[in-house]
Design a protein around this ligand. Sequence first.
Ligand SMILES: Cc1cc2nc3c(=O)[nH]c(=O)nc-3n(C[C@H](O)[C@H](O)[C@H](O)COP(=O)(O)OP(=O)(O)OC[C@H]3O[C@@H](n4cnc5c(N)ncnc54)[C@H](O)[C@@H]3O)c2cc1C
Length: 573
Amino acid sequence: MTERDVMPFDVVVVGGGCAGLATAIHLANLIEAHNGKAADENKVTAEICLIEKAAEIGAHSISGAVMDPKGLDALLPGWRTMEPKAPIEAEVHDDYAIWLTAKGGTKFPITPPPLKNHGNFVISLNKMVKWLGAIAEQKGIQVFPGFPGAKLVREGNTVTGVQLGDSGVDKHGQPKGNFQAGGILSGKLVVLAEGSRGSMTKQLIADLKLEGKNPQVYGVGVKEVWEVPKGNCPPGLVVHTMGYPLDSKTFGGGWVYGMGQSEGDKNLVSIGLVVGLDYRDPTMDAHRQLQRMKLNPKIAPFLKGGKMLHYGAKSLPEGGLYSMPKVFGDGFMLVGDSAGLMNSMRLKGIHLAMRSGMLAAETAFACLQKGDFSAASTALYDQKMKADWVHEELWACRNFHQGFHKGRLAGLINAGFATLFGGKGTLWSDGLKSNAGHTYMQKVGDYFGGKTPDGGKPKHDKLPEDGTLTFDKLTSVYSSGTMHEEDQPCHLVVTQPDLCSTRCVEEFGNPCQHFCPAAVYEMEDKPGTKHGVDLKINASNCVHCKTCDIMDPYQVINWVTPEGGGGPNYTNL
Ligand SMILES: Cc1cc2nc3c(=O)[nH]c(=O)nc-3n(C[C@H](O)[C@H](O)[C@H](O)COP(=O)(O)OP(=O)(O)OC[C@H]3O[C@@H](n4cnc5c(N)ncnc54)[C@H](O)[C@@H]3O)c2cc1C
């Protein structure tokens, strides 16, 4: 058995996104404020650490992003005047929505209220997170980038720590010369802030049966940042799109955000598309859909004469209130996207992630004072959430995503009711039932009307992929800065590889080739196999979006953390 160093902490936070950093910063603030007034014998001391799998804090963070400042106002009330300055790209000054069609589109006469963004800010999440990371370090939090949490350490149902990933293991699983066994960070409390479809969170939810009324449903967002000539898209302009290129049975929508000047004097635009990961088309390809969206005459002018600088992709939880798992237990709490805290009607989760981190910090502080970290004490987190604007906001749109399972029209009417009447207006007040997203994918034969097109190969219209406005996946992946140590075990663990070259070819036409936005999965020719093809996994392309773990129709792909520091290197996404 591998010997592992054990490092004791009071609170271990897993994930250096806005939820994890808000947890750590607020806890440090609470302790500092308390100790400033308390008698010596009542002072609270706590060793807090935060681990992040990216090589640097922020390097795996990607979002749209228009930030509702509510979360940051609560966390750091003086942020508007702080030095160094908070990284705000632009204040929103104008917003509108467009209904796109194949040949153009129509501007909505009014901006639907959930998409109104005056008073909000266009940001780059990875810059915001980097800024928060520096604040956490100043507050004495031990921040460890480059350290993935591989496995939770448990005693029965009690979480007692986190085992870090090993490094220096070759692709056959054998230790190399630089082998280092991942240590164990023991914690009285572990806060899981892994974001969407966290690998340890997923396991914990399954093991302890924490799943909510509905399983979580997700979307995948694909995004590019462009340098464009001044005047193409003013800073602080927020445009949301619906309709094309998605069909009426596919949930999702796009955006164009004017970021203003950044990276020297470059004039930048954020453009992206979210596709609900409960689609039917087995050949759905979000990357390709984004390329198609950019060709639309209402969208192309924003990018005219410009250059794509950055690309990234990531999943996001979209199920809302009824898909939230139980967020606390013995020795643990779930925050941010790991807790399913995303308002998909507004495409906003940053403020909810920050606020949930604060509420978890307040609970952690109460636990430290009591010396009790059991579920009886961490339940306070749930109570706080239910009494907070976090719950109020999610309750108001609680059936939003599920409403679209009844068709686009029903979904839009339901969203209209929810907007007009707040939480009282949803068409289905007690929560619509929905299933895990992959179960909605249809078999190739069914989707394409009884015929398997091209022997399981996708039926795709031709895209120019001209390298100027539209790109192939490999070019996009290059723009994400993604790198992994090549000689390491594959972190995309296919538990039944035989399925890929047999049933999956026949039934779903190997949808992994399409749904992965980073060209990780490829069906290569392999004489001697049933269909002459076999799966090749280009793991080093992986941008850590987790789409494969979510959308594989047989649920045989398990995304686990690769060696620390591997993955995308986002700088302005
Ligand atoms: C394409 C897209 C567009 C969006 N647009 C908007 C928007 O405009 N406005 C808005 O408010 N919200 C938006 N959101 C949602 C918002 O980005 C999220 O709700 C928010 O980032 C959640 O924060 P988090 O800290 O919970 O998770 P994350 O931001 O995902 O952070 C999680 C962190 O944990 C790390 N991590 C994961 N697992 C481990 C592990 N095992 N060990 C160590 N580290 C780990 C990850 O590397 C990451 O850094 C968007 C999301 C996407 C994907």
